[in-house]
Ligand binder design. Structure first.
Ligand code: PEP
Ligand code: MN
Length: 337
């Protein structure tokens, strides 16, 4: 539940309530708006403690949160969350495009790709230094060397960096080099990892698991938020269905559903969602039309030589053409790129 306080609540009144919340075994999350201060009382069956707070003079009213995810729910926060990464705002009018190779490979190649995607209008450079691969014999990523290449590309282009942390041990390292920490589809329910990035100050991009319901997806976001990190960006990247003609089935339903259930921004990854280069453009357009806040697109200058996901990677020139088309779609739905 959350407690909306009367205007003019003092620091000591806030402290008193928060202490009480913790004493009865719940967590207190304060959100101080321009007009009102709201305290989230978070925990299982928190509503049962309603009477304790109802009798407090400073509490104006109490609102129960019916969903199992609390901090992530639209009930808890009506306005869209906007995540600001050095001026790049995710969750506002602008559609933020993240692009780059699946895996970080050679430094020069990464810088070349970074320059091209920047010219085309992307704001964030993606690329894995730690790669979750189905086969242990496939390229596993360059590790810290890859992170250093990303840092070099950032220095040359000014692009923000997103890269994946696969384990708790990698979080500190990834945090050091990146602007956004990516949690991959396979780690969606690695709860200890979610808690670890929940303690980070950096925004987290959480990718939906291949067999995760939207409710489970939001529960995973809740894990991160429950540790104090509210900067969560959701990413739909395709789920497994009976359909075999694409690598996964991109669930665009997730966009309006999540917009209804949550205040968090949602972006779409049509590269992993389809696994096929030719389908990336139509699904990128559809995602923007359906209300996505951003896109994550794999781009490689030599996809035939890519160490992972070449078949779904766009050539820089095709990415550039796509960005031009996306501008028109964005404009048609009141957004911009
Ligand atoms: C990726 O974006 O590099 C990736 C591995 O994606 P996912 O976790 O969605 O499979
Ligand atoms: Mn990939």
């Amino acid at each position: 539940m959350f407690l909306t306080l009367k205007k003019g609540a003092t620091r000591s009144q806030l402290d008193y309530i928060c202490k009480k919340v913790r004493k009865i075994g719940f967590r207190a999350h304060i959100s101080r708006g321009a007009k009102k201060t709201v305290i989230g009382v978070i925990g299982e069956n928190a509503i049962l403690a309603r009477d304790i707070f109802e009798s407090m003079e400073i509490v104006e009213f109490i609102t129960p949160i019916s969903k199992p995810y609390k901090l992530a729910s639209r009930e808890f926060k009506k306005e869209n969350t906007v995540i600001n990464i050095n001026g790049i705002k995710i969750g506002e009018k602008q559609i933020v495009v993240m692009a780059g190779p699946c895996a970080v490979e050679k430094k020069d190649l990464l810088i070349k790709i970074a320059r091209e995607i920047k010219k085309a209008g992307a704001k964030v450079l993606r690329g894995g230094a730690f790669k979750p691969r189905t086969s242990p014999y496939s390229f596993q990523g360059l590790g810290e060397k890859g992170l250093k290449h990303l840092a070099a590309a950032k220095k040359m282009t000014g692009l923000a960096i997103i890269t994946e942390a696969m384990t708790i041990d990698q979080v500190k390292l990834v945090e050091k080099y990146s602007d956004i920490i990516q949690i991959g589809a396979r780690n969606i329910q690695n709860f200890d990892l979610l808690k670890a990035v929940g303690k980070s100050k950096k925004p987290v991009l959480l990718k939906r698991g291949i067999a995760t319901t939207i409710k489970e997806f939001l529960m995973s976001a809740e894990y991160i938020m429950s540790q104090g990190n509210y900067k969560v960006i959701l990413c739909e990247r395709g789920i497994r269905t009976f359909e075999q003609s694409t690598r996964f089935t991109l669930d665009l339903n997730a966009i309006p559903v999540i917009k209804k259930l949550s205040h968090l921004p949602i972006i779409i990854d049509p590269s992993h969602g389809t696994g096929v280069r030719d389908y990336v453009a139509p699904l990128s357009k559809a995602a923007i039309a359906a209300g996505a806040d951003g896109l994550m697109i794999e781009v490689h200058s030599k996809p035939e030589e890519a160490l992972s996901d070449g078949p779904q990677s766009l050539l820089p020139k095709d990415f550039c053409l796509l960005m031009e088309e996306l501008k028109k779609v964005a404009y048609a739905v009141g957004r911009e790129i």
